[in-house]
Design a binder for this molecule. Structure first.
Ligand SMILES: [Fe+2]
Ligand SMILES: [Fe+2]
Length: 391
C-alpha cells in the first residue's frame, strides 16, 4: 500500500506538473500558478517530515525518490519528461525551500522564460544537470525541427494567452471572442505553407497541458493536414481549424479530478466524461462568431462511423465529414498521449489499430488517407511523429 509520504510526493509532482502547464497557459504570476506552487510546497514540506533534504533521481523513465523507485502515474511520467527535456538528472530539495523557489522552478521548467544557462539551482533547490544526447547524423533534421519548434513556441507566447483567456471566460459563463482562436489557426495554416514537414510540429508541444492547448492544437494541425490533402483552402480550411481547436471545449465543464485521474474511470465517471460533446456544443451554440461547423464538430466528434459512440443519435443521422476527420485526428493524438504511461506504441502498431477500426469506428477512406500522410512522414529519419514523444 502506498504510504502517506509517497502520496505526498505524488501530490507534489501532480501540482508541479499543473503549475508548469499553467505557467505556459497563463503567466508566471497568475493566481492559479501561485495556488498550485504553494500546494506543491505544502506537499514537499509534509513529505520532508523533519528531514534535512529530499532527493529525486531520474533514471530514464523512472523517478527515484530517496532511493525508492516511485510507482508510475501520469503526472510522475510528465514530471520526468519535463526534467529530461531540461537536461536535469537529479534534484535535491533542502528543508528551508520557500514557495517562491518552487515557483521559480516551475517557471524555469516551463521554458516560458529563456534562461541563458537553462534551469538554475536556487539556495534550497539543487539541480544536477545531464547532457542531452544529440545525433550528429541528423544535424540538418534536428536544426529544421528546432527552427519549427521555436517558430511554434513563438505562437503560444501571445496566442496561448488568447486561448487561456477564452477558457477562463467560458468557465465564468462570459461571452467569448473567436478572434484569438482565429489567429492561432491562421498562424498554423501559415506554418503549413512555409515548411515541408508541418506535421513535425505536433510533438514539441506535447509537454504542455494535454487537455487544453496541446491536444486542441495537435488535432487542429492534423485536421488542417487532412483537409489540405483534399485540396481544401480558404475560409473552409480556416473553419475546419477553428472547429478542431474547439472540439473538446466541453471538457471545461467536466471536473478536473475525473479528467486527470490516472487510474481506470468508474462507469459513473465515464458517463460524466461522455457529456462533454453535448455540453460543449450547447455552449458554443448561438455564440457570435463561432462557425456552425464548430458546434456540429463539437457535438459529433465522439460519434463513430457506425453511429455508435456518444452522444446517442438516431439511426439515420448523417455525421459531418469534418467531425469524422476530427475523430481520426483525435484518435491518433489520444494513442500517442497514452504512450506516456501505457508503454510505447510504434507507428506500425498505431496504423494497425486504426486500420482495424476503420469502417466501424473511423471513416475508412479518411483513415487510409491519414495514414498515407503519416507514412510519408515516417520515411523521414528520426521524426517526432513516429518516435517517442519528446523527452
Ligand atoms: Fe472529446
Ligand atoms: Fe479530443
Amino acid at each position: 500500500m502506498i504510504s502517506d509520504r509517497m502520496r505526498r510526493i505524488h501530490d507534489f509532482t501532480r501540482n508541479m506538473v499543473s503549475a508548469i502547464a499553467n505557467v505556459s497557459l497563463y503567466a508566471p504570476d497568475h493566481r492559479q500558478v501561485h495556488r498550485l506552487c504553494s500546494k506543491a510546497h505544502e506537499n514537499l514540506h509534509d513529505a520532508m517530515a523533519g528531514e534535512k533534504e529530499l532527493f529525486f533521481l531520474r533514471i530514464e523513465d523512472e523517478l527515484i525518490f530517496n532511493n525508492t523507485p516511485l510507482e508510475s502515474s501520469m503526472s510522475l511520467g510528465k514530471f520526468n519528461q519535463i526534467l529530461a527535456s531540461r537536461g536535469i538528472g537529479h534534484i535535491k530539495f533542502l528543508c528551508d525551500v520557500s514557495p517562491q523557489e518552487i515557483r521559480t522552478l516551475a517557471v524555469s521548467l516551463s521554458g516560458r522564460i529563456a534562461f541563458s544557462d537553462g534551469v538554475r539551482s536556487t539556495e534550497h533547490i539543487r539541480l544536477g544537470k545531464i547532457d542531452i544526447p544529440s545525433s550528429n547524423d541528423d544535424d540538418d533534421l534536428n536544426e529544421q525541427e528546432d527552427r519549427l519548434r521555436i517558430a511554434l513556441e513563438d505562437i503560444p507566447m501571445y496566442e496561448v494567452k488568447a486561448f487561456a483567456d477564452m477558457h477562463e471566460s467560458i468557465r465564468k459563463n462570459e461571452k467569448i471572442s473567436v478572434n484569438g482562436i482565429s489567429s492561432i489557426v491562421d498562424s498554423l495554416i501559415g506554418h503549413f505553407r512555409q515548411t515541408a514537414m508541418p506535421l513535425l510540429a505536433i510533438a514539441p508541444l506535447r509537454l504542455l497541458d494535454e487537455y487544453t492547448y496541446t491536444h486542441s492544437t495537435n488535432v487542429c494541425i492534423l485536421n488542417i493536414a487532412q483537409a489540405m490533402s483534399f485540396g481544401v483552402r480558404g475560409s473552409l480550411l480556416h473553419e475546419i481549424g477553428v472547429a478542431a481547436m474547439l472540439h473538446d471545449i466541453g471538457k471545461l465543464f467536466i471536473p478536473e479530478e475525473i479528467l486527470a485521474k490516472p487510474r481506470k474511470l468508474t462507469l459513473e465517471e465515464m458517463d460524466i466524461i461522455k457529456q462533454h460533446p453535448l455540453k460543449g456544443a450547447n455552449h458554443l451554440l448561438g455564440m457570435a462568431g463561432i462557425p456552425k461547423l464548430a458546434v456540429v464538430c463539437c457535438f459529433e466528434h465522439h460519434l463513430r462511423f457506425n453511429l455508435t459512440g456518444y452522444p446517442t443519435v438516431r439511426s439515420d443521422w448523417q455525421q459531418n465529414l469534418v467531425s469524422q476527420m476530427t475523430a481520426v485526428s483525435d484518435y491518433f493524438d489520444a494513442l500517442r498521449t497514452r504512450r506516456v504511461y501505457r508503454g510505447s506504441l510504434d507507428f506500425d502498431k498505431v496504423a494497425g489499430m486504426m486500420i482495424d477500426i476503420s469502417g466501424t469506428e473511423l471513416h475508412p477512406a479518411l483513415t487510409r488517407n491519414f495514414l498515407r500522410l503519416l507514412a510519408r512522414l515516417q520515411e523521414q529519419p528520426d521524426n517526432h511523429l513516429t518516435r517517442s514523444p519528446i523527452t
